[in-house]
Write a protein that binds this ligand. Sequence first.
Ligand code: CA
Ligand code: CA
Ligand code: CA
Ligand code: CA
Length: 340
Amino acid sequence: MGKLTYLPLIICLWGLSACGVTEPLRVTPGPLGAPASHDELARHYAPVIRQGAISDQDYITAANFDGDWVGNNNWENQPTGDLSAYVYYSVIESESHWFLFYSLFHPRDYTYEDCHTSGGCHENDLESIQLTVEKNGTSFGKPKALETLAHNAIYLYIFDNSVGGNFLDVTGVATLEGDHPVVYVEALGHGIYGHRGTGSLIDPILFRGGVVIYRLGEEAKAPQGVDDEHVSYQLAPIYPTLWTRRDDVGDGRTFDGPFVYRGELLPKAIDGDDFSKDKANTPWGYYQTTGEVLTRGDWFLDPAKALLYHARFNGEFSTIYIFNPYLVDLGLLPENNLNG
Ligand SMILES: [Ca+2]
Ligand SMILES: [Ca+2]
Ligand SMILES: [Ca+2]
Ligand SMILES: [Ca+2]
């Protein structure tokens, strides 16, 4: 139990709100007003997560749920670690849009069959969604596209007909609970979809599993069981947690699998060694749906470029960033890009 005592301190380092000392939970400015802060936007649109669950291996948690930032002990520590719910997030802003990225971490990606013979299991799992919100003069703008990652594909969901398919076809219409997009996460492999029945989404009933429903709340809670429909999660920013560890690379470190992004070295995976090596991609390490225009990493690091390739947007769609600290850190944008 000793190692778990580190967790509250680590969580506090993620953001003061986790320590219960800052911003109010709800911010409700009028329809026309100053733009919301990036944290307020992330909270406003924080997804409702319908998580298919067969076992507690399907619970979302923090990447340091076991009290350390070592990647390749997470499979081993899943049974004893703290499975309180966290969702990672990041906000990038262009002249015309906000790009809200949310990532769900699971210590294990597993199969219904025995992992020793199925060939389908690996240590760590990070699947993600990206919500594109148009800035329209109101505090929180207007959501325009929801993209979800499931294994080898990104799926595109729209909110109205002002957005259409481009490299990606439109899979369906996104659903909202209040202003929160609802996403459906498979048990076992944890692919994310914008509505039930997309792609290979496994009906949990088929597996006699349940559905855990997570919503943003004041506390990070662990589900009471695989059919707990009222579990609150906390947001954890990607920048000061995962991104600032991007140079911690190698066996026994946080990440592994270096690749070159526009001349800069980044790790494409969380370090892992059970059943398969380094299989869980980082937010900036996804290679899915790049076509001939995008490269590994663009979906997270250069979302305006990625979205403009994936989808067609009516109206203004700028690829000039007001806030993109990742490209600034990589020396790919000037520092005055941080004025947003
Ligand atoms: Ca660990
Ligand atoms: Ca391991
Ligand atoms: Ca997975
Ligand atoms: Ca490794």
